[in-house]
Design a protein around this ligand. Structure first.
Ligand code: ACO
Length: 323
């Protein structure tokens, strides 16, 4: 059997920080409340005039510089994002153009905060099909473009960033399995309504009202814990692993309390969960690759990683891979 494995990883976050004290000046909130309820201290915000593709390209450049890869070898490229540069063409096409590569099978994957896991599974399938050998999977979102800075239920949570992994075939174990699921009834509880074909951007009234990310935080919170915990348990079970076999849990970074609750539900040992939410908040499709990227020095070849995410849709899932 051929496996896909991660042969290189890169990341990028903008320089500009939005701290809790910045938010205290804009809305009725406090550093103490935000840290206690979310674990977040600051987020990175991409400057105006730059877009999701720019962060994706910077993350890929970081990967190339670190691992001395040749971008010309890439034959497929997927950008997981819900904040594309434009509705058309795909951000993946724009990324390829900026990287100077042509003839790549390039497309976007929109599964919100679960996007990286969905795209990773797609990329692994492309490699297992033996039709592709070098696949870039990018999670990138400029969610700040959709955050209502006056809405304290969302402005505290989100930040911008991008992460990327390079997949290649191997005869050893690599990406082992992914259990990915969705439930469209969740569309009521977490969405950005404006700008699509239902509420086109051409109608200024609708854009102003509907351009922002909105959510029912409590419903999202409960569903996130339940769904991530269930798929972690189920993906372990169907691969005959126990939670003790997992070396590292890499959860989507949405809220530190969600991460802790999932850890408790599945009974993971303390110290095995990778967390960087404090510095970046929720970067949507970028959280998981960014978190792995920042922790690569801790990972040993052969370590079993369990990745898990939950987001708009609702969409969610859990993946298992050998580092
Ligand atoms: N600062 C200060 N006080 C606040 C704030 C704030 N930013 N927001 C709410 N409050 C107040 C409320 O008004 C309320 O006051 P009251 O008790 O006087 O009525 C009190 O704090 C508690 O509010 P809750 O809404 O119950 O706070 P909760 O503990 O649910 O935290 C939060 C809110 C952080 C949004 C939480 O529900 C959450 O993280 N939900 C998940 C949402 C999420 O992660 N979405 C991202 C996309 S999906 C994903 O990535 C998984």
């Amino acid at each position: 059997k051929i496996f896909a494995h991660i042969s290189a990883i890169g990341g990028y976050v903008p320089e500009n920080k939005r701290t809790n004290s910045d938010l205290e000046k804009i809305t009725d909130t406090s550093d103490e409340w935000i840290v206690k309820r979310t674990g977040i201290k600051e987020r990175r915000i991409l400057e105006e005039g730059l877009a999701t593709s720019d962060m994706a390209v910077s993350a890929i450049q970081n990967l190339i510089d670190t691992y001395k890869k040749d971008i010309k070898d890439v034959d497929a490229l997927i950008v997981a994002t819900s904040t594309p540069d434009m509705l058309m063409p795909a951000t993946a096409n724009i990324v390829c153009e900026k990287l100077g590569i042509e003839n790549v099978w390039a497309f976007d994957m929109n599964a919100a905060c679960s996007g990286f896991l969905y795209a990773l599974d797609m990329g692994a399938s492309l490699i297992e099909s033996r039709r592709y050998k070098n696949v870039l999977i990018i999670g990138a979102d400029k969610i700040s473009a959709y955050v209502d800075i006056k809405d304290r239920s969302t402005n505290i949570l989100f930040g911008d960033g991008a992460g990327v992994v390079w997949l290649e075939p191997t005869n050893e174990e690599g990406i082992l399995d992914a259990l990915l699921q969705s439930n469209g009834a969740g569309k009521e509880f977490l969405n950005i309504k404006g700008g699509g074909s239902l509420y086109p951007a051409s109608s200024q009234l609708l854009v102003d009202e509907k351009r922002y990310i909105r959510q029912d935080g409590k419903i999202v919170f409960k569903n996130a814990i339940q769904s991530m915990s269930d798929t972690c348990v189920n993906v372990l079970k169907r691969n005959d692993f126990s939670v003790k076999d997992v070396n590292w849990l890499v959860p989507h970074q949405a809220n530190k309390r969600i991460i802790d609750a999932v850890g408790n539900e599945i009974n993971i040992e303390e110290g095995k969960t990778l967390i960087n939410i404090e510095n970046y908040g929720n970067t949507i499709a970028a959280t998981i690759p960014l978190c792995i990227w920042e922790n690569t020095s801790k990972l040993k070849k052969g370590d079993l990683l369990m990745l898990t995410a939950f987001g708009a849709g609702f969409s969610w899932g859990a993946s298992l891979l050998r580092w």
